[in-house]
Design a protein around this ligand. Structure first.
Ligand code: FCB
Length: 392
């Protein structure tokens, strides 16, 4: 049998700083929670800030060869222009301890949260936000570059803009399409600035060129009938939500691979037949991942699935979810898409933003009263799948 997955394929799981670390008090989300928003405050989250070694041990036991994680900007730069060296050292320790276990870190620089000083100035609406982001990038990358080869500058700029400026459910809870577009455009500038800064730092220090991208959330917008209005709506969403950002940053040659987060699809009109749902009511449709991956071929770049996961209390459903989505990846590869990595969301249960701790996405269960970890059966199945697909 031909093995479709190359030896250096990254088999991983993802986490983000704010959702797992706990004790992040210098950012906009913390302030927002303090005003009583969201289901519950993130508080100590999973105490991953102290327990990361334990979490990396579990990742190594599961035979993951990569972990996607993020740094918390507001820890590193709690006041404008003042960088906390202790916090930078913390993240150096975190990535080194992955490397020690033979796990390749994939590092995200911005995963939804902003330092308070930036949000007070209007966050990503501020014309200088991309420059602030570049300054932060230039500060920390020299410390991390000896250990990190894979970068994602920004996580899901489209989801950030939509939830914060259209749906009005995340800070800063505004309702303005114009602002949502402005925020996305500033993220594009921020990405371009950070991309160029990272590349330059590696080249000045004579390090092998890193792979830099961002994590774009792609949602399948699929037409289920022949009504031209439905077709138009699907196309409109597909362009503005999914592809406008990717088209621009690839045209600017600031993507070394395409990073994709995929969870769900929307049908126009809604399907009569019911699709299975996760605990947040998102439709599960593995074929959607296959269809979207095929459409990324035109960029002629490697592709990595940087997030894909399910929140459920039924671990059997998680096993099935992982198996089916990996099969979609495999099918896309057989059709010529150069997929080079797959990261399950998430390594451990965590704080799911405005939804609090209820939704359980983890391969590893977290008991929030004791912070104990318990490896789920689905994690073991994922591990078996990795071993099966890894050429020896
Ligand atoms: C993605 C986010 C991630 C997590 C998952 C469930 O949109 O990037 O932080 O919340 O959804």
């Amino acid at each position: 049998m031909i093995n479709e997955f190359p030896k250096d394929f990254l088999w991983g799981a993802a986490v983000s700083a704010y959702q797992t670390e706990g004790g992040n008090t210098h950012c906009d989300w913390h302030e927002w929670e303090g005003k009583g928003h969201g289901k519950e405050p993130s508080g100590q989250a999973c105490r991953h800030y102290e327990l990361y070694e334990k979490d990396w041990d579990l990742a190594a036991d599961l035979k993951l060869n990569s972990v996607r994680l993020s740094v918390e900007w507001s820890r590193i730069e709690p006041q404008e222009g003042q960088f906390d060296q202790k916090e930078i050292e913390h993240y150096v320790d975190v990535v080194r301890s992955l490397k020690k276990r033979g796990i390749e870190p994939l590092l995200t620089l911005h995963h939804f949260t902003n330092p308070l000083w930036l949000s007070k100035r209007g966050g990503w609406l501020h014309p200088r936000a991309p420059a602030y982001f570049r300054r932060f990038t230039e500060k920390i990358v020299p410390f991390l570059s000896p250990y990190v080869r894979y970068w994602a500058t920004i996580n899901e700029p489209n989801v950030y803009a939509y939830c914060g400026y259209v749906e009005c459910k995340w800070p800063p809870q505004e309702r303005s399409w114009i602002k949502a577009v402005m925020v996305q455009d500033n993220f594009m500038r921020g990405h371009v600035e950070a991309y160029r800064a990272i590349k330059k730092i590696y080249s000045v220090n004579k390090l092998p060129s890193p792979m830099v991208s961002l994590a774009q959330h792609l949602r399948g917008f699929l037409v289920s009938g022949s009504n031209p209005v439905h077709r138009l709506r699907a196309r409109f969403n597909d362009y503005f939500f999914n592809f406008r950002f990717l088209d621009t940053v690839t045209q600017l040659k600031t993507m070394d691979y395409i990073g994709v987060n995929y969870y769900t699809c929307e049908f126009f009109p809604p399907l009569k037949k019911e699709l299975p749902l996760n605990n947040l009511g998102w439709q599960i449709y593995p074929e959607g991942l296959f269809l979207l991956l095929l459409r990324l071929k035109r960029y002629k770049l490697p592709v990595m699935v940087l997030e894909n996961g399910i929140c459920t209390d039924d671990d059997k459903k998680r096993q099935e979810f992982i198996r089916e989505h990996i099969s979609s990846v495999k099918q896309a590869m057989l059709r010529g898409v150069n997929v080079t990595g797959y990261f399950y969301w998430s390594l451990i249960d965590n704080f799911e933003w405005e939804q609090g701790f209820g939704p359980r996405f983890g391969l590893i269960e977290v008991d929030y009263s004791t912070y104990q970890r318990r490896v789920r059966e689905s994690a073991l199945k994922y591990s078996e799948e990795i071993c099966r697909n890894r050429p020896s």
